[in-house]
Design a protein around this ligand. Structure first.
Ligand code: NAD
Length: 488
């Protein structure tokens, strides 16, 4: 929270307004737009990952019991790579891009100039509380903006660490952290921003978008959804199962936006798949996964209750796992088979360690099932069949697709990361982060030579014919029109 029990500091709309005003003053001074400022701030972010790794690991352990391995690979390491890439590429990203002009503007030259948007707000979620807070900040700073970050109150240790570290390292005239929950976020959302980047669920996404409407503020919404995994037969089943397991339980125990939400496979293949999943799960997490140090816990009791409610409704469908420990907020990796389509678990994003398997007659039927729901953030296909791959890529609309693996598209910095439809709008990562927080300004340069009178009144048929020929692009037509107008 923005407040502590000892020292209560109220962060209301007035406080938010004066903070934004200060940041706007700093932005207007032009300091954040210089290459030097951007690089120096990105280097500071990188230093945070270098010098404070253990504190970050401890905060993530306190918030989620996140294993150190996952904290490093999926949060700290990813942020470090994002900083390094931005520092390395910043000059080329900032460089105006020369583009061709048309005959109708001859002679002229043109370029696209990327300019910062101004003062931006980043609202982050609890599940990857370090990465999802700072990764968009990298893009916002690289693009030359002043930034306010609002981490999630559901990951309080990481939130307070971010506030402390950014306070120590970053230029406070242009980069701020506001801690808090709904009240503080609402106070922030009342202000005018030049962009809002929100990561979280689609219900709050709608609140964010509605408040952005007042000021015509653009939004980047990183939401979630039910990400399906289609599993065909004739594959390397052991490798496929390992990749499904690591994408599900090895990513914050299913509490990841791109985690496999449910599996689709044929009735015929289901039992083989189930056996292989069980066998690999045992190898990874042992016979008593509630004790495993390699699995995060459920974030809090509300989410634990949400998940157990889902599970209890279809408890007769559990074929593996199902054990739970309310005192330690743990639920074992759980597989369910043939859950009804109208059950809670098939109608809400699961966001936890439960994995239902839905069976279909033919593998192609799974595509209709996916397309009958809202567009997911990710969709995965395991197959060796080229036709099926082509069909999947052409016909499944999702934020991103991976063939024969899960979740790894996030680690490819040349790919945009974002949703479509219900799973979000806009994208970031790599150069897309820079672009997400920039305006692409169109600039045309002209001189005074060759001032063609054809565009000026009085309008004549000859001028019109010449312009029609120019627009038509036929050289012969242009010569004819020029010839006719010289005779007229
Ligand atoms: P959360 O509870 O941490 O909420 C996200 C943010 O919204 C927080 O900062 C919170 O303070 C703020 N918030 C909550 N209620 C609010 C309100 N009424 N008004 C204004 N602000 C409010 O996170 P969550 O929503 O539980 O996150 C899980 C969801 O996020 C899942 O749907 C998941 O798929 C999605 N997600 C998406 C991505 C992505 O990159 N696309 C990443 C992580 C999570």
């Amino acid at each position: 929270m923005a407040t502590t029990e000892v020292q209560r500091v109220v962060f209301d709309s007035g406080a938010a307004a004066s903070m934004v005003e200060e940041l706007r003053g700093s932005y207007r001074s032009g300091k954040t737009t210089s290459y030097e400022w951007r690089v120096s701030q990105l280097q500071k972010l990188e230093k945070i990952t270098e010098f404070h790794e253990q504190e970050i690991v401890e905060a993530l352990r306190s918030d989620l019991s996140k294993p150190e391995f996952e904290s490093f690979v999926q949060e700290i390491g990813m942020l470090k790579s994002a900083c390094k890439l931005a520092i390395k590429q910043l000059k080329s990203w900032m460089k105006p891009e020369k583009v061709a002009t048309s005959m109708t503007t001859f002679p002229s030259s043109a370029e696209i100039v990327s300019e910062p948007l101004g003062v931006v707000l980043i609202i982050s979620a609890w599940n990857y509380p370090f990465l999802l807070s700072l990764d968009p900040v990298v893009g916002a700073i690289a693009a030359g903006n002043a930034v306010v970050l609002k981490p999630s109150e559901l990951a309080p240790a990481t939130s307070s660490l971010l506030s402390k570290l950014l306070g120590e390292y970053m230029d406070s005239s242009s980069v701020r952290v506001v801690e808090g929950g709904v009240a503080e976020t609402s106070a922030l959302l009342e202000q005018k921003w030049d962009k809002i980047c929100y990561t979280g669920n689609s219900r709050v996404g709608r609140i964010v978008m509605a408040s952005a409407v007042k000021h015509l503020t653009p939004v980047l919404l990183e939401l979630g959804g039910k990400s399906p995994v289609v599993v065909d037969s004739g594959i390397n089943l052991q490798v496929a199962c390992r990749r499904i397991i690591v994408g599900k339980w090895g990513c914050n125990n299913g509490q990841a936006c791109v985690s496999p939400d449910y599996i689709l496979t044929t009735k015929e293949f289901a039992s083989k798949l189930v056996d292989a999943l069980k066998s690999e799960l045992d190898k990874f997490y042992g016979k008593n996964p509630l004790q495993s140090k390699d699995l995060s816990r459920v974030v809090n009791f509300n989410h634990y209750a949400r998940l157990t409610k889902m599970l209890d409704e279809v408890s007769d469908k559990v074929i593996h796992g199902g054990e739970r420990d309310v005192n330690n907020l743990r639920i074992a990796p759980t597989i369910l088979l043939d859950v009804p389509q109208d059950s809670l678990i098939m109608n809400e994003e699961i966001f936890g360690p439960l994995l239902p398997i839905v069976t279909v007659e033919k593998i192609e039927d799974s595509f209709d099932l996916i397309n009958s729901g809202t567009k997911p953030l990710a969709a995965y296909l395991f197959t060796n069949n080229q036709k099926l791959k082509d069909h999947f890529v052409k016909n499944i609309s999702a934020g991103g697709l991976v063939i024969n693996d899960t979740t790894i598209h996030l680690a490819v910095p040349t790919l945009p990361f974002g949703g479509v439809g219900e799973s979000g709008m806009g994208a970031y990562h790599g150069k897309f982060s820079f672009e997400a927080f920039s305006h692409k300004k169109a600039v045309v340069y002209r001189g005074y030579a060759l001032d063609a009178s054809v565009r000026y009144p009085p309008y004549t048929n000859g001028k019109l014919n010449l312009l029609k020929a120019l627009v038509g692009g036929s050289l012969l037509g242009i010569i004819r029109a020029l010839f006719r107008s010289s005779k007229a």
